[in-house]
Design a binder for this molecule. Structure first.
Ligand code: SF4
Length: 282
């Protein structure tokens, strides 16, 4: 899509913005909105403060822990949770709407099954990410998470290793870490649970960064997948700005630029992408 009357060309990446799992989670949360304000997501529904605020206005709040809720509905977000959280929700007699992304669910169940077959489960992903924490919990006490090749080198030797991935992990990094793990056991079972939404957004961003003078990457500063998009564009030696809203766009960024590219993370709402697009055209 290009601006018709502007001397600048503003191009949107072929794949950007909300993925299937996020769209689904937000719809499920919206379906719970009521004037009673008795539905809450456990943690922010997505890593996007503007969307969280909008949902709050619509009547769906956020809680950080289940201790904050005595009655009502708890919405499990797309990153998923471990079995102990489902148990606690049941014990407290709360209603539950499970918005765990089906791809994340697949990774959780794969880790659980591998652990049941006595594999040493290794999750390749960011240890502190809520999704990885949830997969770890499904895999039982002995599971470990590794994030880098160095960490994989330090892993001990095991009779059987079962590998799953954080759904949003980089495909390239996953391959490199798996190569290290192949030396750690005679039997390594790999279940590549990386979601294509991430790959597609990254490929489209890198392709566009090659064609334009400036890349604008839109999404929460706390969103791992948006931050990764910005890193990849910067690695292409394209001047890159990571912003959350159109208010942050600065006219001087485009002084010497004829072509501006826009991409957005999987948790960036369409209305914000549109506002940025319009502002860049001015
Ligand atoms: S990025 Fe993929 S795994 Fe994550 S929520 Fe979106 S569709 Fe699901």
């Amino acid at each position: 899509m290009a601006a018709e009357e502007s001397k600048r060309e503003v191009i949107l990446a072929e794949n950007l913005g909300f993925c299937y799992g996020v769209k689904r989670a937000i719809q499920l949360a919206r379906d719970c909105a009521s004037p009673k304000r008795d539905a809450f997501t456990l943690g922010p529904i997505i890593h996007n403060p503007q969307m969280v605020a909008r949902l709050d206005e619509e009547g769906v709040g956020t809680i950080d822990t289940l201790d904050e809720l005595k009655k009502g509905t708890v919405i499990v977000r797309s990153h998923g949770v471990g079995p102990s959280v489902y148990d606690e929700i049941k014990e407290k007699g709360l209603n539950m709407v499970d918005a765990t992304c089906p791809h994340v669910r697949k990774a959780q169940l794969a880790a659980h099954a591998l652990s049941g077959e006595n594999y040493q489960v290794i999750i390749i992903g960011e240890k502190r990410h809520p999704e990885v924490k949830s997969i770890l919990e499904w895999a039982g006490d002995k599971a470990i998470a590794v994030e880098t090749e160095e960490e994989a080198t330090e892993v001990g030797r095991f009779g059987k290793i079962g590998v799953v991935a954080q759904t949003t992990f980089s495909g390239d990094k996953f391959k490199k870490i798996v190569n290290v793990l192949l030396d750690k056991s005679p039997e390594v079972k790999i279940i590549r649970t990386i979601c294509t939404a991430t790959d597609m957004r990254q490929e489209a961003a890198v392709k566009l960064a090659d064609e334009v003078d400036v890349m604008i990457v839109i999404g929460g500063k706390n969103s791992a997948n948006t931050t990764r998009l910005a890193q990849l564009c910067a690695e292409k030696k394209c001047v890159t700005y990571h912003i959350e809203t159109a208010d942050e766009v600065r006219e001087e960024w485009f002084d010497k630029s004829k072509k501006i590219g826009i991409t957005a993370g999987a948790s960036t709402p369409d209305w914000i992408i549109k506002e940025v697009y319009v502002k860049c055209q001015k």
